[in-house]
Design a binder for this molecule. Structure first.
Ligand code: XMP
Length: 497
C-alpha cells in the first residue's frame, strides 16, 4: 500500500494549503502559460554547477526506481520502442515501450534494451560447435549480436564466434555457409576470467591481450557471463546513464487492461522491465483499483506506474490501491482531443500540483503538453518528479516511423494513441478488435535528428530555470514560487516577428 489513507475533507485542506504555498489560484485551474516562476537571489554561480553533478537532477520515477534526469519518453507507438528506450536511458532517463504491439514483441524489445550495454552480459548467447555457419549467422542476426559463445553438449566453453571470425565469410553463398561448421571457423584460443572479476580488472585484460570479448567461466568451464570492450567503452561514454544494479540500462514496459494482464506483467518483469506502466485513459476507476491490487498481490516487487488521472481523488485511489507512481494528465497532450470530445480534463499545471499535494512520498509523473524548457521546469516546480514527453521526442532518429518529405521539409508522423489512424493500423495488424470514438489526432512533427541533443537542450533549459530560482536540486526547485499572469503577460514573453 502507498501512504496512509486520507479522507476527502483532509484532502481538500491539504490541496488548498499546497496551492496557496505555491502561489497558485485555488478556484481556477491553470496551465503552463498561465503562470511564471518567481526568480530569487541566486547562490548558483553558473548553470553548469547544476547539470555538472549527477546528484542535482536525480529523481525518483517510482518509490524504488531512480533516474538521473527527470525525463521519460511516452509509451506511444510513434515515440518509444527499443531504440528510443536505449537512447534515453543512456542520457539518464527511461523509455516506456508502448503497448500497441503483441506481448511477445514488447518482451523482445525489453530484452533488447537490457542487453544493449551491460557491464556483464549474464546469459550470453551460445551455439553448438556442430551447427552450420549459416545457422549461426542467422542466429546472430536474429538476436542482434556480434558474437556468440560456442559450447559443447556438456555446456563447456570451446570457442567464440565473432564478427572478426566471419568478416570474410559472411558474404559467401548460402550453400557455402551451410557447408561450413562453426567449429571450423570459431576462435579456439580463448582468454577467460572468473565471474568474480571486477570491471577494472577486466579492462586490464582486454587491453593487455588486445581482445574485445572476455567470457567468464565457472569451475566446470561453463560460461556464466561475458564482458565486452564495447560495453566498457559505452559505460564511460554515457556517465549519466540510468542503470540497474547489474549495470544494465533501465527500461519500462506498458500494459493496457487486457484480461490476461497478470500474464503480460509476468512476462515483462521476467524480461527485466524495471517499471511496469498500467496505462489507461480513465484510471480513476474501480476496475483499475482492482487491477492494481491484483498485480501487486502477484508481483509485490514490480514497480507499478499507473495513469492517467488529473485530480486528488484519482491520485489517492491509485496510491491506496498500491501504485508506486502516478501519471497525471487528461487531455493536455499535443495530439489529444479528449477535452474537445468529452469536456473532461483539468488544465495541466493545477492537475500536477493538486495530485502532488496528496501523493506524499509517491512520485507524480507529469504527462502531456510539455513542448518547451519552460513548461518542463514549471511541471517540476509544481510537484512532478518526472515529466513524460511525446511530441518533444517524436520526429527523431530513435522514434519509430519512416522519415517523410514534403516541400523540402523532413518530418515524421506522430499519431495520438486514441486516434483513428493508429486504431486502423492496430486493427489491420490484429492488435485491436474494434474502433472506439477517436480522442486523438495524427500530426506531423519536424525531423529533429538524434534525440540526444534534444534531451541535452531540455536539460540546459532546466538548469537555467533552476539557476534563476536559486534551486541547486530538483527538491529545491519544488520549493519555488509561482505567480499567475495574464495572457498579455504570457505573450509579452514570446518572440516577436
Ligand atoms: P505531448 O504533449 O508530449 O503528449 O505530445 C504526450 C501524451 O499525450 C497523451 N496522448 C493522448 N491523449 N488522446 C489523448 O487524449 C490521444 O490520442 C493521445 N495520445 C497520446 C499521452 O498521455 C502521451 O504521453
Amino acid at each position: 500500500m502507498g501512504g496512509a489513507m486520507i479522507h476527502n475533507t483532509q484532502i481538500r485542506k491539504i490541496v488548498r494549503q499546497y496551492l496557496r504555498s505555491k502561489g497558485l489560484p485555488l478556484h481556477i485551474a491553470v496551465t503552463f502559460p498561465d503562470i511564471f516562476l518567481v526568480d530569487r537571489t541566486s547562490r548558483i554561480k553558473s548553470r553548469s554547477e547544476i547539470s555538472g553533478s549527477v546528484e542535482n537532477l536525480r529523481t525518483q520515477l517510482t518509490k524504488k526506481t531512480r533516474l538521473n534526469i527527470p525525463i521519460i519518453s511516452s509509451n506511444m507507438a510513434d515515440v518509444t520502442e527499443s531504440a528510443m528506450a536505449i537512447a534515453i536511458a543512456r542520457k539518464g532517463g527511461l523509455g516506456f515501450i508502448h503497448q500497441f504491439m503483441p506481448i511477445k514483441d514488447r518482451v523482445s524489445q525489453v530484452r533488447e534494451v537490457k542487453r544493449a550495454d551491460n557491464e556483464i552480459i549474464e546469459n550470453p548467447w551460445c551455439v553448438k560447435p556442430g551447427i552450420s555457419l549459416k545457422e549461426a549467422l542467422d542466429f546472430m542476426k536474429l538476436n542482434k549480436t556480434s558474437a556468440v559463445l560456442v559450447v559443447n553438449d556438456d555446456g563447456v566453453l570451446v570457442g567464440i564466434l565473432t564478427n572478426r571470425d566471419v568478416q570474410f565469410k559472411r558474404y559467401q553463398t548460402d550453400e557455402a555457409l551451410k557447408s561450413l561448421r562453426v567449429e571450423d571457423v570459431m576462435t579456439k584460443a580463448l582468454v577467460t576470467a572468473n565471474p568474480g572479476i571486477t570491471i577494472q580488472e577486466a579492462i586490464k585484460i582486454l587491453d593487455a591481450k588486445k581482445i574485445e570479448k572476455l567470457p567468464l567461466i565457472d569451475e566446470k568451464n561453463q560460461p556464466v557471463g561475458l564482458i565486452t570492450a564495447k560495453d566498457v567503452v559505452k559505460r564511460s561514454q554515457f556517465p549519466m546513464a540510468a542503470r540497474d544494479r547489474k549495470g544494465r540500462l533501465l527500461v519500462g514496459a506498458t500494459v493496457g487492461l487486457p484480461d490476461n494482464i497478470l500474464e503480460e506483467v509476468g512476462q515483462l518483469c521476467g524480461a527485466g522491465a524495471d517499471a511496469i506502466l498500467l496505462d489507461t485513459a480513465r484510471a480513476n476507476a474501480l476496475r483499475v483499483q482492482e487491477t492494481i491490487q491484483k498485480i501487486k498481490k502477484e508481483f509485490p516487487k514490480a514497480q507499478l506506474v499507473v495513469g492517467n488521472v488529473d485530480n486528488p481523488e484519482g491520485t489517492r485511489l491509485l496510491i491506496d490501491a498500491g501504485a508506486d507512481a502516478v501519471k497525471v494528465g487528461i487531455g493536455p497532450g499535443s495530439a489529444c482531443k479528449t477535452r474537445e470530445e468529452t469536456g473532461v480534463g483539468m488544465p495541466q499545471l493545477t492537475a500536477i500540483a493538486e495530485c502532488a499535494a496528496v501523493a506524499e512520498d509517491i512520485p507524480i509523473i507529469a504527462d502531456g503538453g510539455i513542448a518547451k524548457g519552460g513548461d518542463f521546469a514549471k511541471a517540476l516546480a509544481a510537484g512532478a518528479s518526472v515529466v513524460m514527453l511525446g511530441s518533444a521526442l517524436a520526429g527523431t532518429d530513435e522514434s519509430p516511423g519512416e522519415l517523410q518529405m514534403d516541400k523540402g521539409q523532413k518530418f515524421k508522423v506522430y499519431r495520438g494513441s486514441a486516434s483513428l489512424e493508429l486504431q486502423l493500423d492496430r486493427l489491420a495488424k490484429g492488435s485491436l478488435d474494434d474502433i472506439r470514438a477517436p480522442e486523438g489526432e495524427p500530426r506531423r512533427v519536424p525531423y529533429k535528428g538524434s534525440v540526444g541533443p534534444v534531451i541535452e537542450v531540455l536539460i540546459k533549459n532546466l538548469s537555467s530555470a533552476m539557476s534563476y530560482v536559486n534551486a541547486l536540486t530538483l527538491a529545491e526547485l519544488r520549493e519555488c514560487q509561482m505567480r499567475w499572469q495574464t495572457r498579455a503577460g504570457h505573450e509579452e514573453g514570446m518572440p516577436k516577428s
